[in-house]
Design a protein around this ligand. Structure first.
Ligand SMILES: [Zn+2]
Length: 206
């Protein structure tokens, strides 16, 4: 189970400061009343950024481990939230996904690059749609696009901000923002989070 490690460190600072040593989990999330065999359980490495480690705890009674994911890192995808946001934003600003793929992933063939990009776009869009429903006070006028969310929040990068704003809902939000399950692409059309057909609501300007 992933747990939010609230920190404003960048991924580079997190690695350089070995900030996983500072991560703390005072009580077992399964047994907040205590009395279980809950203890620190070392760290595990992530490949990207190089040198990253994640602090982990374990409840022997619940047979569950808990990893403290810092706000800068993507959940269930390699790398950082900023890197993923850069990819999705580039696609939003490109004439086509193919054109974006030519710039973003020159190291692999186009079909692979498109798959890699579309996985990220899909997950981010699903999360944005869910957030529009979950937090209508903030996002009712938003389109499920980074441009729209950036405009409403007034920030350069929205994904780390959304990890914070959605703290109470991280277990229903998909990765890379949330800690919930990956949505299945084939079910999206049936999802209540499908963007309604018809005229798009106006983009809110601030
Ligand atoms: Zn426990």
């Amino acid at each position: 189970m992933q747990i939010r490690y609230a920190t404003n460190l960048s991924a580079e600072q997190y690695v350089r400061q070995q900030a996983w040593h500072a991560a703390t989990l005072n009580q077992c999330p399964l047994h907040p009343q205590g009395g279980c065999r809950f203890s620190k359980h070392g760290t595990y490495p992530r490949k990207f950024p190089e040198g990253t480690k994640i602090a982990r705890w374990y409840c022997a009674d619940g047979h569950m481990s808990f990893s403290l994911l810092p706000d800068c890192l993507a959940s269930r995808l390699p790398g950082t939230l900023l890197e993923i946001e850069d990819v999705v934003a580039k696609v939003e600003n490109s004439p086509s996904q193919e054109a974006a793929a030519d710039v973003i992933r020159i190291d692999i063939e186009l079909p692979g690059a498109l798959r890699w990009m579309r996985r990220r776009i899909f997950l981010v869009k699903v999360a944005l749609r869910i957030l529009i429903e979950l937090l209508p006070g903030l996002f009712a006028d938003c389109l499920p696009s980074l441009l729209s969310f950036r405009s409403v929040l007034g920030v350069d990068y929205v994904l780390p901000q959304l990890r914070i704003l959605a703290e109470g809902n991280l277990y229903i939000l998909p990765p890379p923002i949330g800690f919930g399950p990956r949505p299945a692409a084939k079910n999206l059309k049936k999802s209540r989070f499908q963007h309604p057909t018809g005229t798009d609501p106006p983009l809110k300007r601030v």
